[in-house]
Design a protein around this ligand. Structure first.
Ligand code: SF4
Ligand code: SF4
Length: 379
């Protein structure tokens, strides 16, 4: 049976190299026809790249080597094509130094299309933050203090698990390390979502304050730490790295396994004040479209519909959220239909502009009186 790797990025190249070490022949890389850029550079392009809809994949092994956040379209495509032998590959494979004694099969998981496969979900476990960046996309510098209770957290994860096979779950905020029961959240995540990769997204500044039990729980549950590299974090990165390595905790910087440690110095928004935009077009191109967001028993295509009440409360704005902007998980009968809905435009997308407003990153903007940073400014 022919083996293909779905993906054309650095991860796909690394997976190909590893599989070839184990004697697997890879026939080619695959991409969707809406992927315009060929990201493979020529020195690595020793096998062809095919448009996936141009070949018969029904009798092939297909390994999806893409970032979990962006693999949703691929899953939908392969389901539509009735492909049976589809595998995900865990990014954990990138942390292996040498494979001599490794069972490589543990990094691959066959996707069972019987249960709706939800590639990605994120959740604020704490709303507030210790850094308070200007224009924080999750409104963490202007919100009231709030963290999810253990009961609600568990209830929501059980609901998600009943309806979906969730692949990747990110705990974030605000600053998730501010949660008083972080170790318990991790334990519950692992207990309920047994096969799901758990990731904590943090500015990292509180890692040196975590107690031994929490650090050990992170390590024991194979949680990945994704550090957002702001200037204050960069200043203590050696210390953070020392602690995480001491506990054998895997970590990445800025959600990227391959890039240099670039400090984040720009933020951007595309939120405008009126519903004046072509949401259909914008939602196909905005980066937020992948950020499927879980809050209080509901899932939305991105964080805006489920967090916008914070902005409305603070600045007396009138952003409206409709029932079509989110899905109540308990009401879901067919998980695949929900996933399809999440892939499409939601009414709230009309608030987002095709023009992106970029501004310099700044911290310590707790309770800003100006809405500046959240909405697109007329130039
Ligand atoms: S570090 Fe900044 S961007 Fe991240 S949650 Fe905190 S305030 Fe928001
Ligand atoms: S509301 Fe739509 S267009 Fe705006 S960030 Fe979310 S997904 Fe993108």
């Amino acid at each position: 049976m022919d083996n293909y790797i779905f993906g054309t990025g650095q991860f796909a190249i690394e997976v190909k190299k590893i599989l070839e070490k184990f004697g697997f022949q890879i026939k080619g890389f695959l991409k969707l026809d809406n992927v315009k850029k060929n990201q493979l550079n020529s020195s690595n392009n020793s096998i062809p790249i095919y448009y996936a809809d141009k070949i018969d994949l029904s009798k092939c092994n297909i390994i999806i080597a893409k970032k979990p956040m962006i693999m949703g379209d691929t899953i939908g495509f392969l389901k539509e094509k009735n492909c049976q032998n589809v595998y995900s590959v865990s990014e954990d494979i990138l942390f292996v130094d040498h494979f001599e004694n490794e069972d490589i099969s543990k990094f691959f998981r066959k996707i069972d299309f019987e249960k709706p496969f939800l590639n990605y979900l994120e959740m604020n476990v704490v709303d507030q933050c210790n850094l308070n960046c200007k224009g924080c996309a999750h409104f963490s510098n202007i919100c009231d203090n709030n963290w999810v209770s253990i009961d609600k957290f568990k209830r929501d994860l059980i609901l998600v698990n009943e309806k979906f096979d969730l692949y990747y779950f990110r705990l974030l905020g605000g600053e998730p390390l501010l949660h008083p029961k972080l170790a318990e959240l991790i334990r519950i995540s692992h207990e309920v979502l047994k096969e799901t990769k758990i990731v904590i997204v943090t500015n990292g500044l509180l890692i040196s304050k975590l107690d031994e039990k929490t650090l050990q729980t992170i390590a024991d549950n194979n949680v990945l730490i994704s550090i957002s590299l702001y200037e204050p974090t960069n200043a203590v990165l050696d210390e953070i790295s020392f602690i995480l390595k001491k506990y054998n905790i895997k970590f990445i910087i800025n959600d990227d396994f391959f890039s240099q440690n670039n400090v984040i110095d720009k933020f951007q928004t595309r939120l405008s004040t009126e519903r004046v935009n072509d949401g259909e077009f914008v939602s196909k191109n905005c980066i937020g479209r992948f950020c499927r967001f879980l809050r209080d028993g509901k899932i939305s295509k991105c964080y805006y519909p489920l967090l916008i009440d914070i902005l409305n409360k603070k600045y007396k704005t009138n952003y409206a959220v409709t029932d079509d902007d989110f899905i109540d998980i308990a009401s879901v009968e067919n998980g695949w239909q929900l996933i399809e809905k999440l892939n499409k435009k939601i009414p709230f997308c009309d608030y987002c502009s095709s023009e992106v407003y970029e501004f310099n990153w700044e911290a310590h903007h707790k309770n800003d009186n100006e809405i500046d940073g959240y909405i697109v400014r007329k130039r």
